[in-house]
Design a protein around this ligand. Structure first.
Ligand code: HXC
Length: 518
């Protein structure tokens, strides 16, 4: 055997050994928990044969607690780049088989290297998290490693899409990297996120709670909103992220890829002409409207289980990626509350940062009232959505289907917040408030003074108010609405509006950064 052949043989062996991570036994243990290994996950995520691994031979430098005798090539993370549907992405996948995927300083250096490359080369960065947190043996070095990662998350924000997949434990301060990224996904029953685990919670507060209840995927998808997606399996998780990427550009200087469609631009849907019930207090399903107007009826929803009174997600319209924001009359009458405002604001800001036009479908009775909302700062949280729409410079097309009442009408991408094209259906009611509420305020004294005739007076005044305000024409007469359109034509009108706006230029005054109400 020549020296060179021998060297190559050694390389092959060392690579094969590195690919085993923490070894066959720990891989088996990982599989026994129903989890894939870091490399198996990457193999499923990336196009076949596209993975280019970096730092496969990097080892930790810790000498405490016997760590100098425990070295694994690559340490506890697999890093590199590859393609998804032919588009470049940078990835890091924590390897639980090596010291429980716990973060050493060298691991953080590996992760930071791919984060830097993603930022420099304008490609999304996807992190697959499965880790016991800071490597205890490394002390402050491990904490410093997290700091380095967080800083890169912050600098990359708004420049490249950042995605976190939680596929195992993610606890302590480690949760803040996913929290800083644009989208987080958790896998049900095998991943959890919390600042302090059940044992610490019990000793500090006395509360008894298990991991799943404290920080499982379902809890974070529906209650806290920390995760945007809760997948049933790792396979489904990976498929979800691949689809998400298909709506996103590579970076903030590009636009999302075009998706061919056979769905005609001029397709009309007669069913939309009767989707809004005659009774203004009756609910209808906004999903039916969204599916009717987007290409091939396909809507990719974000934050599906959280604040269901507002719907956000991506779709294509005539092949172009759009962000849809829509009130959902079927849940809490589509009212804006704290969670709905936060959810939509974050989505609007993402779309604006990444050149994805916004299509807003409005049927909103107002902001939710009461002490719970006021004490929880609905004022500050509602202002987030107002702020997000007002600062967004991407094309903004809005359709008011039914209610557009009060401050909520203004918040939902109205003309005065630099809405570009604002349509209304004939069923729209754009007013300070609904007729019942208005008459009760304006005629409180009269109604009280003459109880016998109160019902008749109420009805007469209600009719007067409805004739004046319960329609879109007051707003249209003043140019606050650009046109009143037939519901069946909504797809065509929105697409045509978006095409007119494709060369839109708008900006905000120069500043160091804004100070949105956090
Ligand atoms: C070093 C760790 C580790 C850690 C796990 N391991 N966590 N090694 N540092 N943080 C090792 C274990 O010793 C074990 O090694 C292997 O990983 C697998 O762990 P197990 O405990 O056997 O696995 P499992 O039963 O599945 O439990 C997983 C776990 C548990 C729930 C994550 O390991 C655990 O509670 N770890 C500690 C979690 C933690 O408190 N981390 C610090 C959080 S604070 P062997 O050799 O036996 O295979 C933090 C601060 C971040 O992260 C601050 C950022 C600013």
């Amino acid at each position: 055997m020549s020296i060179q052949t021998d060297q190559i043989q050694k390389l092959v062996e060392r690579r094969a050994n590195a690919r085993l991570g923490g070894g066959a036994k720990r891989i088996e243990a990982q599989h026994a928990k129903g989890k894939m290994t870091a490399r198996e996950r990457l193999a499923l995520l990336l196009d076949e044969g596209s993975f280019e691994e970096y730092d496969m031979f990097v080892q930790h430098r810790c000498t405490h607690f016997g760590m100098d005798a425990q070295h694994t090539d690559g340490d506890g993370v697999v890093t590199g780049c590859g393609t998804i549907d032919g588009r470049l992405v940078y990835v890091f996948a924590q390897d639980f088989t090596v010291s429980g995927g716990s973060l050493s300083k060298t691991m953080s250096e590996k992760i930071c290297k791919v984060m830097d490359m993603a930022l420099r080369n304008g490609a999304p960065c996807i992190g697959l998290n499965d880790s016991g947190g800071a490597r205890i043996q490394e002390g402050i070095d491990a904490l410093a490693g997290y700091g380095e990662i967080f800083e890169r998350n912050i600098l990359s924000s708004g420049v490249i899409p950042q995605i976190s997949m939680i596929m195992g434990p993610c606890a302590g301060g480690a949760v803040y990297s996913p929290a800083l990224t644009d989208f987080t996904l958790m896998v049900k029953n095998s991943s959890y996120m919390f600042l302090t685990g059940p044992a610490v919670v019990k000793s500090v507060t006395g509360e008894v709670v298990d991991q799943e209840q404290l920080g499982g995927a379902s809890v974070h998808a529906s209650k806290s909103g920390v995760t945007h997606f809760a997948a049933d399996s790792e396979e489904q998780a990976i498929a979800t992220i691949k689809e998400l990427l298909s709506f996103l550009p590579q970076n903030n200087l590009e636009t999302a890829p075009f998706k061919e469609t056979a769905d005609p631009v001029g397709r009309v849907d007669d069913a939309l002409n009767s989707v809004v019930p005659d009774n203004p207090n009756k609910a209808y399903d906004m999903y039916a409207v969204i599916q009717s107007i987007v290409d091939d009826g396909h809507f990719f929803e974000i934050h599906k289980d959280f604040a269901k009174n507002i719907i956000v997600g991506f779709a294509h319209m005539n092949g172009r990626s759009v962000g849809i924001v829509a009130n959902q009359p079927k849940v809490l009458a589509g009212v804006l509350d704290i969670n709905a405002s936060r959810k939509a604001a974050r989505f609007v800001r993402f779309c604006d940062a990444f050149n994805i036009p916004l299509v807003t479908l409005v049927d909103v009775p107002g902001f939710l009232c009461g002490t719970q909302q006021e004490y929880g700062a609905i004022i500050t949280n509602g202002a987030k959505l107002l702020y997000a729409y007002g600062e967004a410079t991407v094309p903004k097309v809005t359709v008011t289907l039914r209610k557009g009442y009060g401050g909520a009408h203004i918040v939902m991408s109205c003309k005065q917040l630099r809405g570009d094209i604002n349509y209304a259906w004939p069923s729209a009611q754009i007013a300070v408030m609904g007729a019942d509420g208005a008459v009760n305020v304006l005629y409180a004294k009269e109604l009280k003074a003459d109880p016998e005739n109160a019902a008749a007076v109420f009805e007469a005044k209600k009719k007067e108010y409805e004739d004046l305000f319960s329609n879109p024409y007051q707003a249209a007469q003043k140019g606050y609405i650009d046109d009143v359109i037939e519901p069946r034509n909504t797809r065509f009108r929105v697409i045509r509006a978006l095409e007119q706006l494709s060369g839109k230029r708008a900006s905000v005054p120069a500043k160091k950064h804004d100070n949105l109400p956090l």
